[in-house]
Design a protein around this ligand. Structure first.
Ligand code: 23J
Ligand code: MN
Length: 257
């Protein structure tokens, strides 16, 4: 049997399972709040056009609008100024095979529960690698914090002094890109950067370094607690928005059943 014949039958028998890593797009889902001097992210909005009524007797449909970075979403290299000249760096031009890639999942949920400003460093990643083996090239790294189990104000977790959410420091992102040549970084929080990442050097190191190197981001993921440390394959196909900096999308993980 060919690889894809085996894969097709494994999907049908349940030997491969599909896990949905996506939050439901809902007007109530929190969005990133930047300092007030900057433009702001719009939440998801929805408006009914007709529902089997005088506006359309046999059909139901709606208009929706949102920011490219609303809800569970994909970050393309052109999202950041460092990635503005990356070839094929917008969602409409990214190589389609880049939308299907294997993943390593790093569980730092205990650390994030103990410290809402938990900062992932290169040293933490090396400790994970000592247990699980080196991160192979061109793999997603998914940072499990169980942040997706929060809701409402606790999710964005913004206080007067800014957002308090976990994320990587510059050493961690440099290690992932320069030593491991990862495909990208996926997180459960609103940003691939920590809530305090704007004050790091460089500011927002995950966005700055990943996108400058042509790498990708996935934000607002969920169900990472259902994934193995190694062996999952991620399917993440953003909308084909012309010159898009990112896009809400359905993110699926394929795992051994
Ligand atoms: C714009 C500016 C800063 C950040 C972000 C967007 C995101 O987190 C995003 O959704 O890409 S930190
Ligand atoms: Mn984003």
């Amino acid at each position: 049997m060919s690889v894809l014949e085996s894969f097709g039958s494994a999907l049908l028998t349940g030997n491969v399972k599909v896990i949905d890593l996506t939050h439901t797009l809902d007007p109530e889902f929190p969005v990133l709040v930047l300092p007030p001097e900057f433009g702001q992210c719009e939440p998801f909005r929805i408006e009914e056009v007709s529902k089997y009524d005088e506006r359309g007797p046999a059909w139901y449909w709606r208009n929706f609008s949102c920011n490219e970075h609303t809800g569970t979403h994909f970050d393309a290299p052109v999202h950041w100024v460092t990635g503005k000249d990356v070839p094929n760096g917008s969602v409409d031009t990214i190589r389609p095979d880049h939308f299907i890639r294997p993943a390593c999942v790093m569980d730092f949920s205990k650390e994030a529960a103990a410290d809402e400003d938990f900062i992932l460093t290169a040293e933490h990643i090396k400790v994970w690698e000592a247990e699980h083996g080196a991160i192979p090239a061109d793999h997603w790294v998914l940072f499990r914090t169980d942040w997706s189990k929060r809701s409402g104000l606790e999710y964005a977790n913004v206080r007067e002094d800014g957002a308090h959410t976990p994320g990587p420091d510059t050493s961690a992102v440099r290690y992932l890109v320069e030593e491991r040549n990862v495909h990208g970084l996926g997180v459960e929080t609103i940003g691939t950067d920590a809530g305090k990442g704007g004050a790091f050097d460089p500011p927002y190191p995950a966005h700055n370094i990943l996108h400058g190197a042509g790498k990708y981001g996935l934000q607002c993921l969920r169900n990472l607690d259902q994934l193995p440390a190694k062996g999952a394959v991620i399917v993440s196909t953003p909308l084909k928005i012309k010159d898009g900096s990112g896009s809400p999308l359905r993110v699926l993980a394929l795992v051994d059943g």
